[in-house]
Design a protein around this ligand. Structure first.
Ligand code: GLC
Ligand code: GLC
Length: 811
């Protein structure tokens, strides 16, 4: 069953039934100021950091789900309704929600009154606009009452959710004209406040939650709305809110537009006050006046659209399947940008108070957006590398507001450093900007300890070399990519975190996944060294990569697939000898991408084993059989019920590693089959089971051993977005940036006649047409560039600013 449809022309997903199986959300904002918004108006807003600068409240895991947001109430005679259906939930005569590129537009109508709300954050602006359009399509004059509603968060979202003995006494507001100002803690250490305005005079307002809602009511039936009259309440402590009350008259056929703004202001420390206890409203006034008419708002909205036209114009394809085109051209690229902005901090699953930016996560995210915003990718690499230490190790996470490593989580996830080689080489290949390597980048955020970025890469590489275990394989530390494979943890205390506890110091558990990762990015490192004339360094590094390959062949092969690890005691993990968890996806992915033992048939055997043991209807599960009891020597992985999360779930992040592996063998049919199993647009019809949005990837789909296989969780913020984008565009469609040009090497389903891709690369536009007359999966007979044959599969960098045709004949 579907709950809407794709409108590709407008780059929107249109939800036609508000009762989606889970809140289906969207992200607004592209730079500093962000909102999350659901299809029924739920969600919240923050400035830069979802933990430290939360503007509005949100209660996760609420009853009913997704309760709380930016709400509008309409009272038309005795009927009360909301244009987004919630919170009032009066049945609407018509409902539609369009999630687009950084905007959401929802619309409801009831008794011939139509209300449409367009929400977006103008570029470069620290405020969310809500343009509300009301229309009377009846033949009678209508007098309606409109109430707005938001609930302020007292800035620090974590404190706000926990520290009630203080919070209930600190809330402060001011109201002037149609603007409600939130100034909690402004008089002490905060030089910022927020406001909620409307470009019209108001009949009343409320700022005290209990006065507006009523202590025993819910947001579906606030007492003020039922009574049709606000109380002009001023909050002193408790829970400050902002609600405007407007009386609106509409003649038959008449339409009115209102501009609401939820804004954020920072003021100079010595310019905070207008007069005693009265805040300096001038910056807010300036923001409000910059968008006080519908024309100004429309212009900003057009700018936002142009911004996305430009970003999405850098790469687009035309294939025979619209489901593929809409993933590659629209939604997957969009999701990559959102994960760039948010990392794993703020979604409807991640509360925005915990995780900040992850070292490994943010490096991997980069491969999904570097072609869109290379300058910001460069800055991101710098920020990430600044949280590294001289020995190559690093903080696992950092806070976006301070850009400092998060000491509470610490480090010792031994895969972390290597991802810096991935992001850096991806950036240089996309841009040709080798100067990044000479940039002085701090260690541990200490400018006095800065070294060139190249030295950071070297430190990353040698961190593995210097941390090998008894089989000369990489030590795993707290965990590798799989946060839940905690082989040195040995936790018996339910209050301990598996991620931050390392009970067995000096553990010698080893990871085959890091081994494969090291070979892949070790080779990249060597290639880069050679490219910048560091021949000696390349030679030395080559020895270590070679040794690693040998170590995997000798100690990492189980006969039909690669082992996953050696545990603390030196026992095999992910072996046919094990009772459970006989085979794991990560080492199959990385060791095949590294092509370890390809000449001996290891790659092929491994991928065949994946098909046989790990693949299922809904994707490739992480391990099989799933663990059914707690293995203290394995850690968190064995805590999850079988078939979920890292214990036998389809962890969508790692499926593309297998797709890429399949392309190495030239098996395009299988690679694409894996792609379509988890690509959200291909699952639209399954929405009822799948539950989460059909336009974005989720982290995990319940696997074959789960209670409900196919049910998905944790959508939006996941490395799944960038890896799937990378796999489909660079390995299946096979068009990938190289230092000296665009490499062309498709591995597609044999049934395809071909496809087209437009690719803007280093300011050159390539119109690539891949033709597949012989219906094969891999292999190129001829490449013609502007009609002339070239004898390499790397299309050189051609004249900038121009369009060039590239014709590729497979065969
Ligand atoms: C989550 C984390 C990521 C980790 C993965 C597997 O997606 O964000 O860092 O690699 O889980 O445990
Ligand atoms: C849990 C999750 C994992 C996540 C980790 C860090 O272990 O299973 O996916 O990466 O927490 O938050």
């Amino acid at each position: 069953m579907k709950y809407g449809y794709f409108d590709d022309e407008n780059r929107e997903y249109v939800i036609t039934n508000p009762k989606t199986p889970y809140p289906w959300i969207n992200y607004l904002g592209n730079e500093d100021f962000f909102s999350l918004t659901s299809n029924t108006g739920g969600g919240y807003t923050f400035y830069k950091d979802a933990k430290f600068r939360r503007l509005t409240r949100y209660r996760y895991n609420n009853i009913p789900a997704d309760n709380g947001g930016k709400y509008f109430y309409i009272k038309d005679g005795d009927t009360i309704w909301s244009p987004g259906w919630k919170p009032v939930k009066t049945e609407l005569d018509h409902y539609e929600c369009r999630h687009g590129m950084s905007y959401t537009k929802y619309k409801g109508s009831k008794n011939r009154v139509e209300a449409e709300v367009l929400q977006f954050i103008p570029l470069g602006f620290w405020g969310e606009i809500q343009k509300v359009r009301l229309k009377n399509s009846s033949s009678d004059r209508k007098k309606i009452k409109l109430f707005s509603f938001i609930e302020w968060c007292l800035w620090n979202a974590e404190d706000d959710m926990t520290n009630f003995q203080r919070n209930f006494s600190t809330g402060e507001v001011e109201v002037k004209d149609s603007v409600i100002y939130h100034k909690t803690e402004f008089k002490e250490r905060r030089n910022h406040y927020a406001f909620y305005s409307v470009n019209s005079s108001i009949t009343g307002y409320d700022t005290d939650r209990e006065t507006f809602v009523g202590l025993y009511n819910g947001l579906d039936s606030p007492v003020v709305v039922s009574e049709g009259k606000s109380n002009n309440s001023i909050a002193h402590g408790w829970s400050p809110i902002a609600s405007h009350y407007l009386e609106i008259e509409l003649k038959p056929g008449e339409e009115k537009e209102l501009i609401f703004m939820l804004g954020y202001v920072e003021v100079e420390k010595d310019n905070k006050w207008e007069s005693k206890s009265v805040i300096n409203k001038q910056p807010a006034q300036e923001m409000i006046s910059s968008f006080d008419t519908a024309e100004k708002v429309n212009r900003a909205f057009e700018n936002l659209k142009a911004y996305w036209d430009n970003l999405l114009g850098k790469m687009s394809i035309q294939s025979a399947d619209p489901r593929l085109d809409r993933m590659v051209n629209i939604w997957n690229q969009y999701q990559c940008m959102v994960t760039f902005n948010m990392s794993r901090s703020a979604s409807f699953f991640e509360s925005g108070i915990g995780r900040g930016m992850g070292f490994r996560d943010s490096n991997q995210d980069l491969i999904g957006f570097v072609h869109q915003i290379p300058e910001r990718a460069r800055e991101r690499i710098y920020d990430i590398a600044s949280t590294q230490f001289e020995d190559g190790s690093c903080y696992h996470q950092y806070q976006p507001l301070t850009k400092k490593g998060n000491a509470a989580i610490g480090g010792n996830f031994n895969d972390d450093p290597l991802w810096l080689i991935l992001s850096t080489t991806a950036y240089i290949k996309e841009t040709g900007d080798f100067s990044l390597l000479d940039e002085m980048v701090p260690f541990d955020n200490d400018a006095a300890r800065a070294k060139s970025h190249f030295e950071h890469l070297k430190a990353s590489f040698y961190h593995v070399v210097n941390n090998l275990g008894p089989h000369k394989l990489p030590l795993i530390g707290r965990a590798d990519w799989n946060d839940c494979l905690n082989l040195n943890c040995f936790s018996e205390d339910p209050n301990e975190s598996f991620q931050t506890t390392e009970n067995q110091k000096g553990g010698t558990a080893e990871s085959l996944m890091i081994a494969g990762l090291f070979v892949v990015y070790g080779k990249e490192y060597i290639k880069l060294c050679k490219r910048v004339g560091k021949e000696k360094e390349a030679e030395e590094a080559q020895v270590h990569v070679y040794d690693m390959i040998e170590a995997v062949k000798k100690h990492g092969w189980d006969g039909d697939w690669y082992l996953r690890a050696y545990d603390f005691f030196g026992n095999k993990v992910g072996s046919s000898e094990n009772e459970e968890g006989k085979i794991f996806i990560e080492s199959q992915g990385w060791c095949t991408m590294a092509e370890i033992g390809k000449e001996d048939g290891m790659v092929e055997k491994s991928l065949n084993a994946v098909k046989e043991h790990l693949d299922c209807e809904y994707g490739i599960v992480l391990n099989y059989p799933a663990f059914t009891k707690y293995y203290i020597e394995y850690g968190e992985i064995s805590t999850y019920p079988a078939g979920y999360k890292e214990n036998g779930g389809v962890f969508c992040h790692n499926n593309p590693w297998i797709m890429i592996g399949e392309t190495i063998l030239g098996r395009g049919d299988r690679a694409y089959e894996y792609y379509t199993k988890i690509a959200p647009s291909f699952l639209e019809e399954l929405s009822e089971l799948h539950k989460v949005e059909p336009y974005v990837y989720c982290q995990m789909i319940a696997g074959k051993e789960a209670h409900k296989p196919g049910e998905a969780k944790n959508s939006w913020l996941s490395g799944t977005a960038s890896w799937n984008f990378y796999a489909i565009t660079q390995h299946i469609l096979g068009i990938s940036p190289e230092y000296d040009g665009l490499a062309i090497n498709p591995c597609i389903p044999s049934a395809w006649d071909g496809f087209k891709m437009k690719r803007v690369f280093r300011d050159v536009t390539y119109n690539i047409h891949v033709k597949n007359p012989d219906h094969i999966s891999k292999g190129i007979k001829q490449i013609l560039v502007n009609g002339k044959e070239i004898n390499s599969n790397i299309v050189p960098i051609l004249e900038k600013g121009k369009e060039h045709s590239v014709e590729v004949i497979m065969g």
